[in-house]
Design a protein around this ligand. Structure first.
Ligand SMILES: [Zn+2]
Length: 412
């Protein structure tokens, strides 16, 4: 079984500088490869991974002489990543668009290894090529062989993400009840057994207020006497903002970790069914995008998915057409519309009165992929063209069509 653990690093100033340089090197290699691939496309030539690598190696000595002291794995892996991105785009996987150039301000990262054995870990440090032993803030949680090590800088701090092959077999499928989960912005998650997971409120609001103040200060000091302000003071404000963002992410991750662990560990759950979030749609909606971003729903689901895998729980996503909000969980009667302000589902057919989110969660728990496919087929006249759950490669039109229903979830 493969597990990953992201650990904060205690890099010295010198090490931090080297880490930064490696990220820069990876970025340069990626961008060089992308430019050359694009030029190839224009000349009707499809450049392979091998060609891209060879081309970069041919120019790197002359163009990037500063890279001599750096680990060559950084550039090599960057070109591998580019190749994967190009293939995803070609195969239209995960709605992958064409690769964009990597920019410094959009996060720094590089892959530090060249397969098994390159990176070593001790009790409280990790040995990276060309950098040496860098202290870690906690020990690696899993025993086994390190298959991949990725270095990232986020919120002003360095992290190593270690992927470990633990040698354990995947756990056997666990027998147990099925839980449907309705995701929302006000209440993060509602389970079909009535449990709710609330978004962190107080501490989070406090951080957002602080963030607002720093943002304002940064905006105000943009220019001094008509000149761009590059002062140390302003630099410090940027760092302060990074730290607040980091704290916000920590608060949110903590809640998500606790809730997902509690669900897969302590309960007798055999299967979890969630709805497919319309991520693109929610981001586009100006009223929703901020709240959606803050709640971090996708992060919660990603976490839940891998933890289910670790514990032998089946994780399933309902088709995005599944009307979990509009259907009565008692008798299956479907409403034409369900107003956003309606907090309760009142069924005209059987008289059931139930909380809106709980109703949706119960519907998800009863969701059957086979049923959904056949009913969608007959009702939409789309034939067998219903995409499997979780596929994001949807044409724009279908995304837009599905927006109203997903909106109601988000507000719910
Ligand atoms: Zn009913």
């Amino acid at each position: 079984m493969v597990k990953t653990h992201k650990i904060a690093l205690k890099a010295t100033c010198e090490q931090a500088k080297l880490l930064s340089q490696h990220c820069g090197y990876a970025r340069v290699a990626y961008n060089h490869g992308l430019a050359s691939f694009k030029a190839g496309l224009e000349a009707d030539e499809w450049k392979s991974l091998y060609t891209l690598k060879r081309e970069f190696n041919a120019v790197k000595k002359a163009e990037y002489d500063w890279r001599a002291e750096l680990s060559q794995y950084a550039s090599k892996n960057a070109i591998h990543h580019l190749d994967r991105a190009i293939k995803n785009w070609k195969n239209k996987k995960l709605s992958a668009g064409f690769s964009k150039y990597h920019k410094r301000q959009y996060g720094q990262s590089y892959q530090a290894d060249n397969g098994k054995g390159t990176v070593k870990v001790s009790e409280n440090a990790v040995r990276l090529p060309k950098i040496g032993w860098v202290k870690m803030r906690e020990s690696l949680r899993f025993e086994g062989e390190i298959v991949q090590a990725t270095i990232t800088k986020s919120y002003g701090r360095w992290y190593v993400c270690l992927t470990v092959e633990t040698g354990e077999d995947l756990p056997e499928k666990r027998e147990g009840e099925t839980i449907g989960i309705d995701m929302g912005i006000k209440t993060l998650a509602t389970y079909s057994d009535g449990t709710t997971v609330e978004n962190p409120k107080g501490s989070m609001d406090h951080q957002y207020r602080k963030l607002g103040r720093v943002d304002k200060a940064i905006a105000r000091s943009k220019k001094v006497h008509g000149k761009t302000n590059n002062s140390k003071r302003r630099q410090k404000q940027y760092e302060q903002r990074q730290r607040i963002y980091g704290r916000i992410a920590n608060i949110r991750d903590d809640v998500h970790h606790k809730a997902t662990s509690a669900l897969v560990k302590a309960r007798s759950v055999g299967k979890v069914i969630v709805e497919s979030l319309n991520v693109a749609g929610m981001r586009r909606n100006k009223h929703l995008s901020r709240a959606f971003h803050r709640a971090g729903l996708s992060g919660f689901l990603r976490m839940l998915e891998y933890k289910c895998g670790w514990h032998g729980v089946v994780f399933e996503k309902a088709d995005r057409w599944f009307a979990s909000t509009k259907t009565c969980s008692g008798c299956g009667e479907k409403k034409v519309a369900m107003d956003l302000s309606q907090r309760e589902y009142v069924c005209m057919a059987c008289g059931l009165v139930i909380d809106r989110d709980l109703n949706a969660a119960k519907n998800l728990a009863q969701y059957d992929q086979q049923d959904a496919a056949s009913s969608a087929e007959s009702k939409n006249g789309r034939g067998g063209a219903i995409s499997p759950a979780g596929t994001e490669a949807e044409p724009m039109k279908r995304l837009l069509e599905s927006l109203p229903q997903q909106l109601s979830h988000a507000f719910a």
